[in-house]
Structures are given as C-alpha cells and as structure tokens.
Ligand binder design. Structure first.
Ligand code: TXA
Ligand code: MG
Length: 452
C-alpha cells in the first residue's frame, strides 16, 4: 500500500509542477511539503484508505487545472481580433484598467511601428524592443545601446502561434522543448531554435545558426507584443556593458535622450534569468517514468571547461565584459581560499583599501551589497572612518531577493557616487549560480577575507 502511495504521491507532485501558475517554485514547495506531511501522517492503517482517496482527488483536480490552462492557451482570445479589439482584450486580460495605461500601450505600439525602439518591463529586466522582422528597426537597438554588431538579440513573442511564425517550416519541437515550454513559458527562459534565414533578418542572429526566442510573463510586455501584433527583438535596455536595468528609472538614467518611450511597469520581479536547477527538476520529473532519456544539464565552468571556447567564444554573451557600473566592484569571498592566496583580516583589508583608493579628502565612500545578516558586513562597518552606503540586500537565506536586487544595488550605489562597491559572494547553488555568474562579470577584482 505504501509503495502505491509513493507512486500516486509522485504523480501528484508532478501534476502540481505542471499545473500551477506563477510563482511556480515558491508555491509548489508549500504544496509539496503539505503533501509530504500528509503522507508522513498516513502511517496508521486506519488513515491509509482516506489518504489514498484524498490523493486521487487531488490528482483529478490538478489534471483538470492543467487542461484548463492548455485550453486557455489554445483559445487565446487575442488571436483573431482587430487591433482595437485586441487592445481592449489585452487590457482586460492583464488587468489594465486605467485608460492612461491603455493609451501608453497604444502610443508605444505606434512608436514601434514607426521603427523606433521602446523600453518596456519584463519579469527579468527592462528590455529595449523593436520590431524583430524589420532590419532597420533592429539596427536602432544596436546604435542606441552601443552594442557590438556580433551580439545577437532575443526575440520576444506573446503566444505559441506567434512562435510558430518564426520557425522553419518542417521543424517540430523536441520532447524536451515541449516540456520546458509547458513549464516555463510565459516566463524567464530563452530557448534557441534553428534559424530560417529567409524569415529572420541576419542582424537579429548576428551570424549564429540559431535564433533565441522567449515568451515573457510580464503583463505589460505581453500586452505590448500582442497590441503591436509583431515579435519584438529586445536586449536589456542599458548601454552595452552596464548592469541590466530593473526599474524604469535605471533606463531613464542611462538612455535619456536616446529613446522616446519608456513604459514603467515598476520594479522587475525576477531581476535575473531562470536558474539551471529549475530546468533540471522539470526534465527529471517529466521524463522519469517515460522512455525518453533525461537530457543532461551541463553548466559551463561548473560541470565542464572548454579552453578553446573560452579563447574564441561562439556565444557572444561569454565574450563581453558585462554588468559593470562605472565604479570599481570587488567580489568578497569568505569561503574556499584558493591555493597560494593568503586571506586578509577585515581591518587589514580596509587599511589596504584606504591606502590604495583615490578618494575625496573627507572619507572613502564604500557601497555594500551584502545580506543584512552578513558577519562580514558587521565586521567591516565597525570601521567608522569609512562612509558606508548599505543597499538592502535581503538575508543570507533569501537568494531570490538578492537576485532581484543585485542590478538595482549596483546602479543605485553608482548613482550615489560611492568610490567602490563591495559585493559578498553567495553559495553557488539554485539562484546562487545565476547571481554569482553576474557578480563575477561585474567585479574587476576579488578579495578573500578571514574573520579572526
Ligand atoms: O531576460 C532577458 O533575457 C532580457 C529580457 C529583455 O528578455 N534580455 C536580455 O537580452 O537580457 P541581452 O541581449 O541583454 O542578453 C541576451 C544574451 C546575450 O548575451 C546574447 O549574446 C545571447 O543572449 N544570445 C542571443 N541570441 C543568441 C543565440 N542565437 N545564440 C547564443 N546566444 C545568444
Ligand atoms: Mg544585456
């Protein structure tokens, strides 16, 4: 009986993963742990029957939810409407109620159709969008950002139907892609597809054999694409090399005078892109009871190194210095001291800093991006001869908050005029993998600290 329960339980958890809408992970964890608790209680024989019954009911409910979601997607009410009707319907669907927002969407869409770029919010970072299938429009993204021409753009679509219009004619999605799309779209996952060069302008792919596509989940992003009724190419809305903007204000500070419209959707929810751990969980759950082999997930520099690739990167994202504010950033390590490196005590580090940093006669101004319960921070700020600027960064145990605030922290501290920013490392697991990837690209130097 227990073996059967385990089987049903696993099915339920898998259905939860498939059926629940955003925010998937956080909500699933709660539901899964409730089920686990139930399961643990069901040890007594008189509860077993009842538990089994509850599980079956839950399974039926979740399956129907999933079907409902699939139906909604298939009968997307925006598909066959006129432009005016589409604006109305989009507005209702994304709960845009103010006429001001409607007008803004309308104005932005006509700006895009005039081939001018528009900055808009997505759930990850703000994007700088232009009509993807128009090379002239896409070119303006490059000139506005100062983006190297060999760095390709992600194309954003608002529906599976729109995705289909961009794919080669005889192309069918692999089971892995079907699974990933079902779980992560709309949302912060970009997938690479084979590129039909007769459809997609070369400027979008910059000579890559693939085109990068995603369906964002941010209501304003989806509404804008649907209202414009065209796929939008969009990189992050920052000057090339700078940290990605996560608030409209960041875009304004950086690109003021270069673009005419920024749609303000408030702060971005995710702050960084989707994590590898999520992808792995979905593939393992989805294929574990099937004949399809579970694809391997390999993270560059975690699971493999490729020196030839690092010397001559084929993926442009690996090539350029990235995410760097104009003030120096130092990555502060407390763990895993590499061989040959002697860690400093906090006070020795600060003495070095005061000696080596050019600063105003008053005091060195140092920005801190560290969790509010960091022992390193506590130890550093006891030196009162330095002017500390602490940016709220969540707790050590809250990597999702750290992910959301990282770019905001870099940009805000830069704007406050600090001489230097110190960022504390986070463990490289779950969201920490993506956070550390960005921090390492932003930091010009690293320092190991040992607290005596
Ligand atoms: O969350 C995001 O991905 C945001 C929002 C706006 O969607 N977009 C974004 O775009 O950050 P961007 O251009 O800043 O970063 C996209 C990365 C770049 O490093 C680019 O080189 C890489 O994706 N990329 C784009 N197309 C590619 C392709 N076909 N093959 C390999 N890498 C590609
Ligand atoms: Mg970028």
């Amino acid at each position: 009986m227990v073996a059967h329960h385990t089987h049903v339980y696993r099915k339920v958890v898998r259905e939860i993963a498939k059926a629940t809408v955003k925010p998937r992970l956080a909500r699933n964890k709660d539901i899964a742990s409730n089920f686990r608790a139930l399961f643990a209680q069901s040890g007594r024989p008189e509860d077993t029957q009842r538990f089994h019954h509850d599980m079956q009911n839950a399974l039926t409910f979740l399956r129907s939810q999933r079907e409902y979601k699939a139906l909604l997607e298939r009968y997307n009410p925006l598909i066959d409407l006129t432009a005016e009707e589409r604006i109305e319907a989009t507005a209702r669907r994304v709960a845009v109620s103010s006429s001001e927002t409607l007008t803004a969407l309308h104005t932005a869409a006509s700006c895009l159709k005039d081939l001018s770029p528009v900055a808009f919010p997505t759930e990850t970072v703000y994007g700088l969008g232009a009509i993807a299938l128009n090379a002239t429009a896409a070119l303006k993204i490059f000139s506005t950002k100062g983006r190297p021409a060999d760095n390709p753009l992600i194309v954003h679509v608002s529906s599976r139907r729109m995705l289909q219009t961009l794919l080669p004619q005889n192309y069918t999605l692999s089971p892995s892609y079907e699974l990933l799309i079902e779980h992560f779209w709309p949302g912060p996952l970009t997938l690479l597809f084979p590129c039909d060069h007769s459809l997609i302008p070369d400027i979008i792919t910059a000579g890559q054999p693939t085109v990068a596509i995603r369906i964002p989940s941010h209501p304003v992003a989806r509404a804008l694409i649907a209202v414009t009724d065209a796929p939008l190419a969009a990189p992050s809305a920052n000057s090339s090399g700078k940290p990605s903007p996560t608030r409209a204000e960041h875009v304004l500070n950086d690109l003021n005078g270069k673009i005419t419209i920024i749609l303000d959707g408030g702060p971005c929810e995710v702050g960084l892109e989707s994590t590898v751990e999520d992808i792995k969980r979905v593939l393992v759950n989805g294929f574990s009871d099937t004949d399809t082999p579970i694809p391997q997930i390999l993270v560059h520099r975690r699971d493999f190194r490729d020196d030839a690739l690092e010397q001559a990167p084929t993926t442009p994202g690996m090539k350029y210095r990235h995410y760097s504010p104009s003030v120096p950033v130092t990555l502060m390590h407390m763990s895993e001291v590499p061989l040959g490196i002697e860690p400093l005590s906090p006070s020795a580090f600060l003495e070095d800093l005061k000696r080596s940093m050019p600063h105003s006669p008053n005091a060195l101004r140092v920005g801190l991006l560290m969790p509010s319960d960091s022992i390193l921070m506590k130890s550093l700020i006891s030196d009162t001869t330095i002017q500390w600027r602490e940016f709220p960064f969540g707790l050590v145990s809250e990597p999702a908050i750290i992910a959301r605030r990282l770019f905001d922290g870099l940009l805000t501290l830069e704007r406050e005029g600090v001489d230097l920013i110190l960022v504390e490392e986070v463990p490289e697991e779950n969201e920490g993998l993506a956070i550390m990837n960005r921090i390492k690209k932003a930091a010009g130097s690293s320092q190991w600290i040992a607290i005596p």
